[in-house]
Design a protein around this ligand. Structure first.
Ligand code: NCD
Length: 342
């Protein structure tokens, strides 16, 4: 694979290859000297047409830890605000010999356009396009889940899997590229996904996605979940009223203090609470939930660097998807699980 544009098209082998490589990268980030020479002399451009804190910093840290040169380009304050097109911007980057372009754009499909255009030669990584996809976020979420469950089973996470885990993704699914990328990836990895949202915040055609759909967060929790991923209410993409009031939203679909206590009452002692950030505290998630020991919010941010190092490294070394660890991974995992269970 030359580009990382979506998880929809990512094979199980390539996904596991990224997760396993990210484990190796995590070992580097835990060292005192957090740097590898792997991408010395290569140039990574962060091309951000939309606001970002975590993702941009994370890609920058990832590229620098691999010794690449990094150019950060934010659309605000650039010639884009003077009306320069994506094509002209891309060709400017090409003239600077970019090896990889990490792009975040408000329009769904912009990274694909860049990859297909022939305007540039670089590898393209989608860092979030409109409401479409955010593949590295889903990969870092899967990495976080995999680490959590392998630690619980007392096995190493490399090669282990998350098949059969019950994941609820709750909130503003309609506007969420994180939800979409997670549904495809988690399905590929064999997890069972339930989307939980008010009907107004579910996209048309959701019934064709490989997941269940529920309108009731409490029922979903009661059925048993291993992870609850809360989505940000994306006010900036809402041009109409999608729910009666913030109070009503947080009461029905927010992960509030009562639901946090409910996990204990339901005996779900290992269930984790995830959020990609930025959080609207008090709306989709309460502070007590966000800061509780169940929360993986900061772990997700930390893991993001390792996963992005893996993606950059594999794409720029030309190895992504070429030598997938085959399906032996699954066989091995199941035997691991049986061992851990017995
Ligand atoms: C997400 C995004 O930008 O899509 N955030 C992120 O990348 N950490 C989710 C969001 O903005 O709600």
């Amino acid at each position: 694979m030359r580009h990382l544009l979506s998880t929809h098209d990512l094979s199980r082998g390539a996904a596991i290859q990224i997760l396993d490589t990210a484990e190796e990268m995590a070992a580097v980030t835990e060292r005192e000297v957090k740097k590898l020479p792997a991408l010395r002399g290569r140039t990574v451009v962060n091309l951000f047409f939309e606001d970002s804190t975590r993702t941009r910093i994370s890609f920058e840290a990832a590229a620098k830890r691999l010794s690449a040169d990094v150019i950060n380009f934010a659309a605000k304050g650039s010639s884009v605000s003077k009306g320069e097109s994506l094509k002209d911007t891309a060709q400017t980057l090409e003239a600077m010999s970019a090896d990889a372009v990490v792009i975040r754009h408000g329009s769904s499909g912009a990274p694909q356009r860049l990859a297909d255009s022939g305007w540039i030669d670089a590898a393209v990584i989608n860092a979030g396009d409109g409401t479409h996809e955010h593949p590295t976020q889903a990969l870092l979420d899967a990495f976080t889940m995999r680490r959590h469950w392998s630690a619980l089973r007392g096995i190493g996470s490399t090669g282990s899997d998350i098949a059969g885990l019950r994941i609820a993704i709750a909130g503003d699914v309609l506007h969420s590229r994180v939800a979409r990328s997670n549904v495809w990836l988690l399905h590929t990895l064999g997890a069972e996904v339930t989307l939980v949202a008010p009907p107004t915040l579910l996209p048309l055609g959701v019934e064709t996605w490989p997941c269940r759909v529920s309108y009731h967060l409490d029922e979903t929790l009661e059925a048993g979940v291993d992870a609850v991923m809360m989505l940000r209410v994306q006010g900036e993409r809402m041009h109409a009223a999608f729910f009666p009031s913030e109070r009503e939203y947080s009461r029905r679909w927010g992960f509030d203090d009562a639901r946090l206590a409910r996990l204990d009452a339901l005996g779900l002692k290992d269930t984790i609470i995830m959020h990609p950030g930025p959080m609207n505290r008090g709306l989709e998630i309460s502070s007590a939930a966000a800061d509780s020991p169940r929360s993986t919010v900061l772990e997700q941010v930390r893991n993001g660097v390792s996963v992005r190092m893996a993606a950059l490294y594999l794409l720029l070394s030309g190895g992504l998807g070429d030598h997938p660890p085959a399906d032996s991974g699954r066989t091995q995992d199941n035997s691991n699980r049986r061992e851990a269970d017995s």
